[in-house]
Structure formats: structure tokens, C-alpha cells
Unconditional design. Structure first.
Length: 426
């Protein structure tokens, strides 16, 4: 089976070299949003006024979606013009009073959306006393809505991201000594009430504001304390085990950092740390060693996100309706085409090598059906030079979890980019 699938994927085996990963970096204090190129050690910025933030994500359209701690809402920063627009604000604290780290929600209905945890206790009613709440964000509708609530003892302030193996579920990382847990959260399904949560693992070291999801489907949490680990806690999202990775950096200040990882198609497993000491470190996660360092000059970094983290996103067009996959590779040469394929399997154990690129995907019979055009969507098509395209799954939604999807950008005779992998309901 794998041999026949690889024959069908032969076009993907001609690939060029992958570029190192740029990221958007921000901090809790009033500050710009920085664009960091870790290879050139080059830093530029977008001014966001007097806003203070607790996290950001790169949305379906490549925009920077920022939690507005000062304005109780969600902001969008245009990555090209630095223009700031407001998605929603909440002066009542009913939905958002102190929003944490936003995440793309691939189970959004009616258009692209986000999921976010709020740090303030919502009014009681509707929630019971001593609770926090999650919210869903309708990006195009500029609306934020309470989804469900959970005990105030859970403080996933450091980082939130999608669960790599479960549809409509998210992983939140607790903040410093107030919460050592890595916790899984689920969407409420439209029923206002208690969130369904579970503990993935309890760390022995405090999280110091940031984490990322690696190509190995583990969450890598940043730790830095004067008498403990300075490095990462590697969280196995499938088994719930935690393991520390000390990287040889000297603890500085509060120990806060913004951390991110190379795109999954780049060979190896490299992370970047914009640290409290104003330095930018490149880390080989296979050996937990520093490979390069330079001065970034970024003050009080706390959150960082790869510019390529959401090259593939999705949403439902209506309740029970069809599904849209949104591809966004950024600018591509004229004549570039896309390929979009599914699989029911994901191991995250080893990649398929495509020339100089890695493809972290496990093809199965469904991949072959997709490539042959036997599933109800268009697996190949042209990309405009913007690199964006919507592809519709022309089958009504049954709500069953789930199928993994990956996309690629194809030049005239080689694969030039590979997207992230998402798992969605069908």
C-alpha cells in the first residue's frame, strides 16, 4: 500500500530547499509586534499603540490575531501594512475581560474562527462563581461568544494550541507556579455550560509564558527558573508523559521567552528562543543544544508564533453543511498549483522525504482516493500568486472525527512548500 501511494505521490518527491522560519513575537507590556528572521537575526516591527497582549496567532489570511488585554478583545494586525483593526471588544466582561492566547478553530461554523481562553471570572450568572470561560471568535462576523466555563484553578495563560490528534479540542499550558498542568479543553458544541477538560500531564517545572506544537506532535513548553530547568518540557500529547530538555541558557530576569519552531517541512528539529536577556537562541531539539545565538534586542518577549503555522485551515460553511479548506502559502511564483489530500492515520514518528523537504504525514487508501479525484473535492488546482485558495468538500457534515489533511504548493517541476497538518470532523 505504501509503495503504491508513494508512486502516486512521486511528483512530491522533487523538492527544493526549505527556508528557515520567521515568526511574530510580542510581549505582555505595551510594545510592538516584532517580525523576527532567526537566520539573519533581523528584527522589524509593527506598532500596535498602547495595547498589552497575552498571545497571538497567525490566522487563515496570514493576519496576526492578537489578544487585547487592554481593550478586552481581539485585534488583527495586517502583516504588510501594520494596520490594526478590531475584531471584537467586550466592556461587560461577559465574554472577554482578559483574553489569553488565541488559536485557529478548524470547527468554526459559517467562516474562519478562533478559540480563546479568558482570564477574568465572567459574570455570575450565566456561569457559576469561581470560574473562567472559553470563547469562540467569528472573524468575518466580528463577534466573540462565550463557549463554556471551567474552574478558576486552571490558568492556561502561557500558551494554547490545537490538539494534534482530536477534532475540536485544544491544549492549554498553565502559568508559572500558579498552574503546573497541561490541560485539554473541548468545544461545547453550542451548549452553554461546563467545559469538558482533562489533564494531559503535570509538569515538574513552571511554564514561563510560551510553548509550541512540534512536528513530533509534542507540545514543547518553555521553562526558566533560578533553581530549576532552563529549557523545555516535552509533553507527549498522546501518552501524557513529560520530559525536560535543558538547553544551557543562563536564567535571566523573570525567565520569560517567546518560542517557536521551524516549519515541519524543514529537515531536522530546530527551535528558536527570544529570551528575557535580549538574545535570540537557535536550539537543536534532537540534542537540546544551542547551535547559534545573536542579540535580538526584543524587550520582555512572552509569545511567538511561526508565520507558517496555519498555512492550512478549515471551517464549516453552515451547521451540517459543506466544509471549506483554506490554503495560504503566501506569495508563490506564477503557475504554482496546489495538492490537498486526506488520511485517517497519523503517527508523527517519521516523515516522508521529498527531496530536501520532510512531509510529516502518513498516507493511506484515502490519500490515494483523493489523488485520483474519487472524493467529493478538487485535490489539484491552480494557486494565484498570493498563494491563497479555498477548496470545498462537497459532502454534508456528519460530525464524525476525523480526518487528517495536508496541502502542498507545487512549482513547475518540484514541491516548493508543505502546509501544517490539521484534523477535522467530516
Amino acid at each position: 500500500m505504501r509503495r503504491s501511494l508513494m508512486t502516486s505521490l512521486a511528483v512530491l518527491l522533487l523538492a527544493g530547499a526549505a527556508a528557515a522560519q520567521r515568526a511574530w513575537v510580542t510581549g505582555t507590556t505595551t510594545s510592538p509586534v516584532y517580525l523576527v528572521d532567526p537566520t539573519l537575526c533581523r528584527v522589524s516591527s509593527c506598532t500596535i499603540g498602547s495595547e498589552s497582549s497575552r498571545g497571538l496567532t497567525v490566522g487563515h489570511d496570514g493576519g496576526i490575531y492578537l489578544s487585547g488585554w487592554t481593550t478586552n478583545g481581539i485585534l488583527r494586525v495586517d502583516p504588510n501594512t501594520c494596520a490594526v483593526t478590531t475584531i471584537c471588544t467586550d466592556t461587560t466582561n461577559l465574554v472577554l475581560g482578559a483574553p489569553y492566547d488565541p488559536v485557529v478553530n478548524n470547527e468554526a461554523v459559517g467562516g474562519p474562527g478562533l478559540w480563546i481562553v479568558d482570564g477574568n471570572a465572567p459574570p455570575s450568572p450565566p456561569s457559576p462563581a469561581g470560574q473562567r470561560n472559553t470563547a469562540i471568535v467569528d472573524i468575518r462576523g466580528s463577534a466573540c461568544t462565550m463557549d463554556c466555563w471551567f474552574p478558576n484553578t486552571q490558568i492556561p495563560l502561557s500558551w494554547c494550541g490545537r490538539d494534534p490528534f482530536n477534532c475540536g479540542q485544544f491544549i492549554g499550558v498553565g502559568f508559572t507556579t500558579s498552574d503546573f498542568n497541561v490541560t485539554r479543553y473541548g468545544l461545547s458544541g453550542g451548549v452553554l455550560g461546563s467545559c469538558v477538560t482533562s489533564t494531559v500531564c503535570s509538569m515538574t517545572e513552571p511554564a514561563q509564558y510560551d510553548a509550541f506544537l512540534g512536528q513530533d506532535c509534542h507540545v514543547w513548553v518553555w521553562n526558566s527558573s533560578p533553581a530549576g530547568n532552563v529549557g523545555f518540557t516535552r509533553v507527549d500529547t498522546r501518552t501524557g508523559t513529560c520530559q525536560t530538555c535543558s538547553v544551557g541558557i543562563t536564567h535571566s530576569g523573570a525567565g520569560y521567552a517567546g518560542v517557536w519552531v521551524d516549519p515541519p517541512e524543514r529537515p531536522g528539529h530546530t527551535a528558536y528562543v527570544a529570551y528575557d536577556d535580549g538574545m535570540l537562541y537557535t536550539i537543536d531539539l534532537n540534542t537540546c543544544t544551542i547551535t547559534t545565538m545573536c542579540r535580538s534586542g526584543i524587550v520582555a518577549p512572552t509569545n511567538a508564533n511561526s508565520v507558517e503555522e496555519n498555512q492550512l485551515t478549515s471551517w464549516l460553511n453552515a451547521p451540517g453543511g459543506t466544509r471549506t479548506f483554506h490554503l495560504n502559502f503566501g506569495p508563490v511564483p506564477a503557475g504554482t498549483r496546489y495538492v490537498l489530500v486526506p488520511s485517517l492515520t497519523r503517527t508523527c514518528r517519521r516523515p516522508i522525504m521529498a527531496g530536501n523537504l520532510e512531509i510529516w504525514f502518513d498516507p493511506d487508501a484515502n490519500t490515494l482516493l483523493g489523488l485520483q479525484g474519487l472524493l467529493p473535492y478538487q485535490p489539484f488546482g491552480s494557486l494565484p500568486t498570493t498563494g491563497e485558495r479555498d477548496v470545498t468538500w462537497n459532502l454534508r457534515h456528519f460530525g464524525a472525527c476525523g480526518v487528517y489533511w495536508i496541502a502542498g504548493a507545487l512549482g513547475p517541476n518540484r514541491l516548493i512548500d508543505v502546509s501544517n497538518v490539521i484534523k477535522v470532523t467530516v
